[in-house]
Design a protein around this ligand. Structure first.
Ligand code: ZN
Length: 149
């Protein structure tokens, strides 16, 4: 029996990352993108929300277990404005729902990932969120999110 393998099981026992909660997509204009995504997904935008701290306007679509979050910059200093200037509109981040965001932040920091926040912060859609630096994640901006109780 390969005890080394069993010794590693806790790392593979992925109980904290529950599912892909949403995909974040940077768009130049929600006014244009909302009807486009309503047509594409054949489902209505169910929520629009401004996240003042991030300077973004968000719009959400539910698609089965997961969601699509459209992101429009509220001003030139917004991370979304900078993202679009650099890379153009498109997929901005992937968000995983976690059962305990503080524990996941600790686990991922211990694994060598760079967290972009020290503490979970208030995100859109009643979530606590934290982002991981894309330099450690194959260029993908990863968001951890946990529903606020
Ligand atoms: Zn997000």
């Amino acid at each position: 029996m390969d005890w080394e393998f069993f010794g590693n099981l806790p790392l593979l026992n992925n109980t904290c990352m529950l599912k892909v909660e949403h995909i974040g997509i940077a768009v130049a204009s929600l006014t244009d993108a909302i009807p486009l995504f309503e047509k594409l997904l054949n489902s209505p935008c169910y929520k629009q929300e401004a996240v003042e701290t991030e300077q973004v306007l968000t719009a959400f679509f539910r698609q089965g277990e997961s969601k699509v979050e459209l992101l429009e910059a509220m001003g030139p200093e917004s991370v979304i404005a900078r993202f679009i200037a650099k890379k153009g509109a498109g997929i901005h981040h992937i968000a995983f729902e976690v059962s305990n965001i503080e524990e996941e932040m600790q686990r991922l920091a211990a694994e060598g990932f760079t967290l972009l926040q020290d503490k979970p912060r208030q995100g859109a859609d009643n979530k606590l969120v934290c982002f991981l630096h894309p330099k450690d994640t194959s260029g993908v901006l990863v968001e951890l999110c946990q529903e606020r109780k």
